[in-house]
Design a protein around this ligand. Structure first.
Ligand SMILES: [Fe+2]
Ligand SMILES: [Fe+2]
Length: 181
């Protein structure tokens, strides 16, 4: 596999793995602060980042060397409002800077599986940022997020806070596969 795309997948794997854990910790903080629906959004999105990390890991051909780390935005914050801003910053970094650059390299190097893994991620991260923005608006007014069902597409990491009676808008996975929170 081309070394540069392999490096980029490794970095993206590191970033997504950390986001997965960070969102689980921040879900606990949101629960403690009395925002259980924000907690559910963090848990659904945590699992979405696990989907991305797994896709990147599988796209890496021969894995060696140490794991570089990106997407450090929002590290070690404390209140749910700050955590949501950290989450937004991390998601925006990923879809505006990290993935566009990585995808350009992977396309140039004709690494098809890597391109596909990162295209799912970039589209999902845009949605994650938007939902965290809605959650932050509510929390900053002292309210919990309003959402009866939070949906995750376990194929591509797409998340919705509304009912969705159709297949996944990003990857076309069947709605029967969706996980609810
Ligand atoms: Fe995300
Ligand atoms: Fe999907």
């Amino acid at each position: 596999m081309n070394a540069m795309t392999q490096d980029n997948l490794r970095s993206a794997f590191g970033g997504e793995s950390m986001a997965h854990m960070r969102y689980r910790i921040w879900a606990q903080t949101a629960d403690k602060e009395g925002f259980p629906t924000v907690g559910r959004l963090f848990m659904a999105t945590s699992d979405a980042e696990e989907v991305h990390a797994t896709l990147h890991f599988k796209a890496m051909k021969d894995i060696k060397g140490d794991f570089a780390v990106t997407s450090m935005a929002g590290f070690g914050l404390t209140t749910t409002s700050e955590n949501l801003q950290g989450a937004i910053d991390g998601e925006v970094f990923e879809y505006t800077q990290m993935y566009p650059a990585y995808i350009a390299v992977a396309e140039m190097q004709e690494e098809k599986q890597a391109v596909r893994a990162m295209q799912f991620a970039i589209e999902a991260e845009k949605v994650h940022a938007e939902l965290f923005g809605i959650a932050k608006e509510a929390v900053d007014q002292g309210k919990d997020l309003e959402a009866e069902t939070i949906i995750l597409c376990p194929v591509c990491g797409w998340v919705s806070i509304k009912e969705h009676d159709d297949n996944c808008p990003l990857c076309k996975a069947k709605k029967e596969l969706f996980v609810t929170y």
